[in-house]
Design a protein around this ligand. Structure first.
Ligand SMILES: *Cc1c(COP(=O)(O)O)cnc(C)c1O
Length: 426
């Protein structure tokens, strides 16, 4: 395998002699066959090929192959959004009557998906603090636990997960670890190298990186031995009657079973496919991912250091700062940098934070993060505005917290903007 920068540019699509240099957008819902026998083989999963873009599309598969190479995985698929990726990743192995252990500091949308919507579907979740002890983590498992879930860098808490600790507990209980690697991206962390079995992405964030295309991805390491825990994973280890009784783990092996099942069953039935147009845009983003991530991290580090020294700033959360509580974990898992997102608290609480927000000139207010363009948000007056100060603290969102997604502009311009906004306080 080539180095990560080269894979960002060349991974996935490899044109043959005289074929288009750029990834073609196969804008076709359907694919043509000469005989019914050819088609029947596809429907029986006896041959691989395309028949309908609700399940699979060649443009998507080329981009998924690039992401699999970037993460060091065996197989991957694209989904219509990050939400769909995390839903498919869990639902592929945990259904009604099952249980999942998850880190408590995950993206709010994922928390809702797990604690509200999947709960209605009969999947139960236990949330554990990411910095819990091994004993506390092990105590969260039940006989019906089917997976463990966490985020490399939590959105929006920007804390770093001890992936090895979570992998060890998952494997001790015979279940896979699923890691949402959206904020770190494979440029800065490859969770599979630390023991994760399945990696998910909201490609909407850094991978696209230009705020252009909502999308998601799931990568399977191909390392988890489903058949060794066959009693826990009947969906992979027992016959699928909707495909003439094939057993995914036997027919497709460790490397192919998980993604084949997610495609053949979940994509077929739920249809959360990414459009080939969006996959094309995502691929353009991936070509510069390594260059952008480096600049995001350099800029965010300088911004964090500036904020840390400003008299109107009470605290800064960024694992690149030596006194950050995640500094050690950052040094271990994110040697080349973490991401461009940081949060800070303004002295003077909610009122002062609201005042600072009024003065940003270059940096606009957006709910989005992880984009080439810097943006900021005051959650207490936006995404979390229905909560009072007490509820905010319980949710880990202090009233004075401002989230800043540092882009790839010139850092001096960004710091000047933040400085004049902070200085406006007195
Ligand atoms: C945004 C985000 C998601 C959800 O992704 P969408 O593409 O918005 O559906 C999931 N996980 C993390 C860490 C995110 O930041």
């Amino acid at each position: 395998m080539k180095r990560i920068e080269t894979t960002c540019v060349h991974g996935g699509y490899v044109p043959g002699n005289g074929e288009p240099r750029q990834l073609p957008i196969i804008q076709s819902t359907t694919f043509k066959y000469d005989t019914s026998e050819d088609m029947a083989k596809l429907f029986d999963l006896e041959a691989s090929g395309y028949f309908y873009s609700r399940l699979q599309n060649p443009t998507n598969d080329n981009v998924a192959a690039k992401i699999a190479q970037l993460e060091g995985g065996a197989a991957a698929m694209l989904t219509s959004s990050g939400q769909a990726a995390n839903f498919f990743a869990v639902f592929n192995i945990a259904t009604a009557g099952d249980h999942v252990v998850a880190s408590s500091t995950i993206y709010g949308g994922t928390y809702n998906l797990f604690a509200v919507t999947m709960k209605k579907m009969g999947v139960e979740f236990t949330f554990v603090a990411p910095d819990c002890s091994e004993e506390e983590l092990n105590a969260a498992f039940k006989p019906n636990t089917k997976a463990v879930f966490g985020e490399t860098i939590a959105n929006p808490a920007v804390i770093v997960l001890d992936i090895e600790k979570f992998a060890k507990a998952a494997h001790a209980h015979g279940v896979p670890l699923i890691i949402d690697n959206t904020f770190a991206t494979p440029v800065n962390c490859r969770p599979i190298e630390w023991g994760a079995d399945i990696v998910t992405h909201s490609t909407t964030k850094y991978m696209d990186g230009h705020g252009s295309a909502v999308g998601g991805a799931i990568v399977d390491s191909g390392k988890f031995d489903w058949l060794a825990h066959a009693d826990k994973f009947p969906g992979l280890c027992e016959p699928d009657e909707s495909y003439h009784g094939i057993v995914y783990a036997k027919k497709f092996g460790k490397e192919g079973a998980y993604i084949t099942k997610a495609t053949a069953q979940l994509m077929r039935d739920l249809g959360s496919i990414q459009s080939p147009q969006n996959a094309f845009i995502l691929n353009l983003g991936l070509e510069s991912l390594h260059v952008r991530m480096q600049r995001h991290c350099e800029n965010a580090q300088k911004m964090a250091e500036f904020l840390h020294g400003h008299k109107n700033v009470a605290w800064v959360t960024y694992c690149g700062l030596k006194d950050d509580k995640c500094y050690e974990l950052g040094q271990k898992y994110l040697k080349n940098g973490s991401c461009g997102v940081l949060s800070f608290g303004v002295k003077g609480g909610r009122k002062a934070a609201e005042e600072v927000m009024k003065h940003f000139k270059l940096i606009p207010i957006e709910t989005h993060v992880a984009d080439a363009r810097s943006c900021c948000l005051h959650p207490a007056s936006a995404t979390h505005r229905q909560m009072n100060d007490e509820e905010l603290l319980a949710a880990g969102v202090k009233p004075e917290l401002i989230r800043l997604s540092v882009g790839i502009e010139n850092i001096d311009d960004l710091i000047e903007d933040v400085k004049q906004a902070l200085d406006a306080l007195n």
